[in-house]
Design a protein around this ligand. Structure first.
Ligand SMILES: Cc1cc2nc3c(=O)[nH]c(=O)nc-3n(C[C@H](O)[C@H](O)[C@H](O)COP(=O)(O)OP(=O)(O)OC[C@H]3O[C@@H](n4cnc5c(N)ncnc54)[C@H](O)[C@@H]3O)c2cc1C
Length: 596
């Protein structure tokens, strides 16, 4: 069975040495009292929950899966899931970064970010149940009526109820403008909702007493397309005026999907047969309201792959030190043994270091974005709130797509380290690969993320937000440019920064002639910008590691070696990606559709 050790040392490094989060949080009135000891203590306890309670259920949950009782429409989760969730609720974990007004602990988002990384490493399928609830909490917190907030937020905060997002229908996934589910207004101000949803994660289960579904549907007079979508809150059990549970609402699980991974998360076909719901936000503005949940979920999905990258790496390292096969080409390294441990072989090291560089780079980026989210939510300076919000919007598709693509590469490499044993269930590595694959698909496929980045977030505002982020990179390059020891990091960082600027202008010009040029370049472009962000954080981490490398703490020696590996072996991938971007649209469109 795979093992998991919460990477608390690296989390502390990122928070307290790289990002100085406590100083930054002190400037936000809501978090002025938060200190490093509190953050560290919460994460230490959170790490125990992840590694001791839910990690042991990962392999068995995958093998057992969820079961639907078609007569009652109830879904049973795998053995131990319900009990672990009870422990999670009793420990107060769902409330960590929720609003104190609704029973939350009011801790910064970045604490939740680290907590979720650990839970994702331990058990992605289990973690999706509370993860979706937190997304529903955020959407209702931002757009719910006072009554909806009082009814639902305390229960979502405590974890007594869980949440879902019901968007997808059989004929519409990416293009939600096509959705058909109907909402009929009733005399009492509620709506009766009828339709079919598919692929609804955590749509039905036995872990909580009620499930709060956020459902997209159309009003009778709604305009066509995405401008005619409204958002509704539809509970599994109706809620009485005193807060107690009332009648069963007709929103049922009609089937469970049989899928490649995350077997222990129930992926439900949901049928709504006149289910009672109330409107969230304005009529026909449902997509905008739902975007609060979708943005949170996009960051959450990036975090799922970050967690999988870390846990796959840890297990692959342990295996590579233990497994002996062949001798090093340069002669025996373990002459007392019949063969050398495979960690002596350069390519095994390349696979391990790739996963490590992606895990640590991803952690730095994701924690940085969580800190910006804290500023966007809690700063008392409107300019700061707006600018942090714009940066989060820019970096969200990068977290979603770059980290999940990297997670797929990393988990596959780590499985490869195990040779044939990686392909065998009991080692757990093939599960990490299978579980990581969905992260590139749901919450907007990675292609859609890249179109969002290049089209909406960059070209639509003439690259203003990218330039602002680029300015931070340029300032760092300027500051460190004269330090001899930093040249190996600063020069390639400056180089990739220049290349991104030129590439963006080039694609922008081509897109004036033909907007399809954006679609042709977007996926490669996102990967290049992803590397730009990683190069920035790796250079900053290298600076700290250089300063502290003589401290005797091997942590900094390893950090420096990983930074060097990243710049020498992973960043150069951008050269090929840029060439591919420049090749443009015609190689993709030249062939007639009939010839495919
Ligand atoms: C396990 C699982 C859990 C899920 N959980 C949920 C959930 O909880 N709630 C929910 O509402 N949904 C959920 N989904 C649905 C998921 O978000 C969708 O599958 C996803 O958004 C893609 O939609 P689709 O499957 O219909 O693919 P399509 O939209 O049919 O896309 C097919 C392909 O076409 C590409 N494509 C589409 N449009 C364009 C374009 N303009 N340019 C370039 N390429 C394009 C896509 O990138 C994709 O590769 C889940 C799905 C799965 C498999």
């Amino acid at each position: 069975m795979p093992q998991y050790n919460p990477p608390l040392r690296d989390m502390k490094f990122v928070m307290h040495e790289l990002l100085n989060v406590v100083d930054e949080l002190k400037l936000l009135p809501a978090h002025a009292e938060v200190d490093a000891d509190t953050i560290n203590a919460v994460l230490e306890e959170g790490g125990k929950f992840a590694s001791e309670v839910i990690a042991p259920l990962n392999l068995s949950g995958d093998a057992e899966g969820c079961k639907l009782d078609k007569s009652s429409h109830e879904v049973a989760t795998p053995k131990g899931f319900k009990e672990a969730y009870k422990q999670y609720v009793e420990g107060g974990w769902p409330a960590l970064s929720c609003d104190p007004e609704f029973g939350g602990q009011g801790l910064p988002v970045l604490v939740n970010q680290c907590m979720y990384e650990m839970m994702n490493s331990a058990n992605q399928a289990w973690t999706m149940y509370p993860g979706l609830s937190h997304g529903a909490y955020e959407a209702l917190h931002a757009h719910g009526t006072p009554e909806q907030k009082t009814t639902y937020l305390p229960k979502l905060t405590s974890g007594e109820w869980t949440g879902t997002m019901c968007l997808t229908e059989p004929h519409c996934g990416t293009d939600l403008g096509l959705l058909r589910t109907k909402a009929e207004p009733q005399a009492d101000g509620t709506y009766k909702i009828t339709g079919a949803k598919i692929f609804i994660s955590a749509g039905e289960h036995d872990m909580a007493e009620n499930i709060v579904h956020l459902v997209l549907a159309r009003l009778p007079d709604a305009p066509e397309g995405s401008k005619g979508i409204s958002l509704f809150v539809v509970p599994k059990f109706l809620v009485n005026a005193d807060g107690s549970l009332g009648a069963r609402n007709p929103i049922f699980c009609a089937g469970l999907e049989h899928k490649m991974g995350i077997h222990a998360n129930s992926t439900c076909q949901m049928v709504l047969e006149g289910a009672v719901g109330t409107l969230v936000g304005q009529p026909n503005k449902g997509l905008a309201a739902m975007f609060v949940m979708m943005n949170a979920a996009r960051l959450g999905v990036g975090n799922q792959s970050l967690g999988l990258t870390e846990v796959a790496y840890q297990n692959a390292v342990a295996y590579a030190k233990d497994r002996i096969q062949m001798r090093a080409l340069s002669g025996p390294k373990a002459p007392d043994k019949p063969a050398d441990p495979i960690i002596v072989h350069p390519d095994v090291r390349k696979m391990l270091l790739t996963a490590r560089a992606y895990a640590e780079g991803g952690r730095a980026l994701a924690t940085y974005v969580a800190l910006q989210l804290d500023k966007a939510l809690a700063s008392d300076d409107e300019d700061e709130r707006r600018s942090a919000d714009a940066e989060v919007a820019l970096l969200t598709p990068i977290i979603k797509a770059f980290i999940t693509d990297n997670g797929w590469i990393a988990t596959s490499h780590c499985m490869q380290v195990f040779g044939g044993h990686g392909f065998i269930h009991e080692w757990g590595m093939e599960q990490f690969v299978r579980d990581s694959r969905i992260n590139m698909i749901y919450e907007g496929t990675n292609t859609i993320q890249s179109l969002d980045l290049l089209g909406r977030k960059i070209l639509a505002n003439n690259g203003a937000t990218l330039k602002k982020f680029g300015k931070k990179i340029a300032e760092f390059v300027e500051e460190e440019g004269t330090d001899e020891a930093m040249q190996e990091f600063v020069n390639p960082l400056a180089d990739i920064g220049d290349k991104v600027t030129k590439l963006t202008t080039e694609i922008g010009m081509k897109a004036f002639q033909n907007p399809d040029e954006v679609g042709a370049a977007a996926v490669d472009y996102l990967r290049v910008v992803g590397h730009l962000t990683f190069a920035y954080f790796w250079a900053r981490m290298a600076k700290i590691a250089l300063e502290k490398k003589d401290s005797g703490d091997p942590f900094y020696t390893a950090k420096l070696a990983t930074a060097r590996f990243y710049f020498a072996k992973l960043l150069p991938e951008t050269a090929g990606l840029i060439r591919s971007c420049r090749a443009g649209l015609s190689p993709l469109m030249e062939m007639d559709e009939a010839l495919f």
